[in-house]
Design a protein around this ligand. Structure first.
Ligand code: GDP
Ligand code: IMO
Ligand code: MG
Length: 430
């Protein structure tokens, strides 16, 4: 048995969905532990492409799928996602489990996400607008509503009344005459419908997950976002509102740290970021445009173009430390096929002129120092055998592994399940 955590090592969109789907082949359950439908995890096989926002990517393999207590859930969006899968003949009955402790994303969370961004003007975070920040704010200030509250309708209504009274006052503070106030009755009826649909899936998922661990099952924990969007360790304030690190998997699902066996870091072979915030190796030139077009770098949730840049070894080395990563999966190498030279940031020069190889607290005023490596300038897309990978790619991978301090377990050469080189497939599951 094993408990394996999949975690993003950069600013999200590293290709977590693809690897979760791949490793789910031998998993007994896949569990999401934080974030909400700000995530967009793409899985491609055959001629089909799925983008999952809330449901764990394991759902496509007909595996037990769990939304843990650390996830914030927009019930309307979850139902939409379940319906979309049903249209493709993927049923979730009897294998989807939703934690009764998970927080609900309520209608006001989306409104306040938007209003707060508007208020910030030029300094806005560039959120996905899914209400994620306000939902986590309410969780920690103890004004949140949880999935399990729906099981007690009268209590739910009373809480709704209290909370809506406060939210409507808050709305007035924003002085937006055109914002409709929130209605207890409307929201109560809306959520009663959602509850009717989702009732069979709701339970105390800590019991089930811990029992599966006791029984020696293989459990995959699917992280959303990435290490540098973590609310504590990321590029604050340009972060999301949850602990995206592997450590979040324990609190976000109710299992103990002693249960975790492996942490697989998902690493894009270059760097991307959606939304605002510092990005030292960002390329605002033709090379950045080439990464963007070759990598189809558009957000899977919002469709926004992703900012692109060279591989940053300081970021991923720090991610290896923060997450206790045991091996890395390096993704999207095929995107680099056309480059004749590749650059890797190996240190930063700080504003005071000093150099550092350790990631400083602020990335605002640093200048990356690059090391150059030759590109392979041939088609690597779809290669599935290690021996067939170009020599220059192997050198690039070896250098990355050395710089970040983690061994490579997976090499990805295309978006599909098949476009993958797995080194020693038995290493993940004990
Ligand atoms: P996630 O949020 O970490 O799951 O990643 P996203 O799904 O948001 O973004 C990754 C994108 O890269 C998706 O469109 C994937 O289909 C695609 N992708 C994953 N691995 C590879 C790869 O090795 N090569 C190429 N070309 N695309 C990949
Ligand atoms: P996956 O799981 C990339 C970014 C947003 C914004 C910041 C805060 O697909 O890797 P939020 O809506 O969470 O309050 O936005 O975080 N962001 C992501 N960027 N991938 C994601 O998820 C992201 N989820 C949030 O763009 O900069
Ligand atoms: Mg994504």
């Amino acid at each position: 048995m094993a408990c394996v955590i999949i975690v993003g090592t950069q600013w999200g969109d590293e290709g977590k969905g693809k690897i979760v789907d791949l490793l789910t082949e031998r998993a007994d359950a896949v569990v999401r532990y934080q974030g909400g439908n700000n995530a967009g995890h793409t899985v491609m096989f055959g001629k089909q492409k799925f983008v999952l926002h809330l449901l764990p990517s394991g759902i496509l393999r007909k595996t037990t799928s769990v939304l843990g207590n650390g996830v914030v859930i927009d019930l309307a969006e979850l139902i939409k996602e379940i319906d979309e899968l049903a249209k493709m003949d993927i049923a979730v009955e009897n294998r989807l489990h939703i934690s009764d402790r998970a927080q609900l994303v309520m209608p006001w969370h989306k409104t306040f996400d938007r209003l707060s961004e508007e208020q910030k003007g030029g300094n806005k975070i560039g959120t996905t607008g899914r209400g994620i920040g306000p939902a986590y704010e309410d969780k920690v200030r103890r004004s949140g509503m949880r999935v399990g509250d729906l099981q007690e309708p009268e209590l739910f209504r009373t809480r709704l009344q209290e909370i809506i009274e406060e939210k409507n006052k808050l709305l007035e503070l924003y002085s937006k005459a055109d914002e409709p106030s929130f209605s207890v009755e409307e929201i109560f009826s809306e959520f009663a419908i959602y509850f009717k649909i989702l009732k069979p899936y709701i339970s105390d998922t800590t019991l089930m997950v811990n029992q599966m661990i006791e029984e020696g099952k293989n459990i995959l924990f699917e992280g959303a976002q990435g290490t540098f969007l973590d609310v504590d360790h990321g590029t604050y304030p340009f972060v999301t509102s949850s602990n995206t690190l592997a450590g979040g998997a324990c609190a976000g699902t109710g299992i103990g740290p002693t249960r975790i066996n492996k942490v697989v870091g998902i690493v894009k072979a270059y760097t991307t970021r959606v939304g605002n915030g510092p990005f030292p190796t960002e390329l605002l030139n033709n090379e950045g445009d080439l990464l963007q077009s070759e990598g189809h770098e558009f957000g899977a949730t919002t469709g926004r173009p992703r900012r692109c840049g060279w591989f940053d070894a300081l970021l991923v080395r720090q991610a290896v430390r923060l997450n206790g990563i045991t091996s890395i999966a390096v993704m999207k190498l095929d995107v680099l096929d056309k480059f004749n030279t590749l650059k890797i940031a190996v240190s930063y020069q700080l504003a005071n002129g000093e150099f550092t190889e350790n990631l400083p607290r602020s990335l605002e005023n640093v200048t990356p120092v690059f090391e150059e490596m030759p590109g392979w300038e041939c088609t690597s897309a779809g290669i599935t055998e290690y021996e067939k990978l170009p020599r220059e790619m192997l050198a690039y991978l070896e250098r990355i592994s050395e710089l970040v301090g983690a061994k490579i377990s997976i090499i990805s050469t295309g978006p599909k399940r098949e476009d993958t080189v797995v080194l020693n497939p038995n290493q993940f599951w004990v």
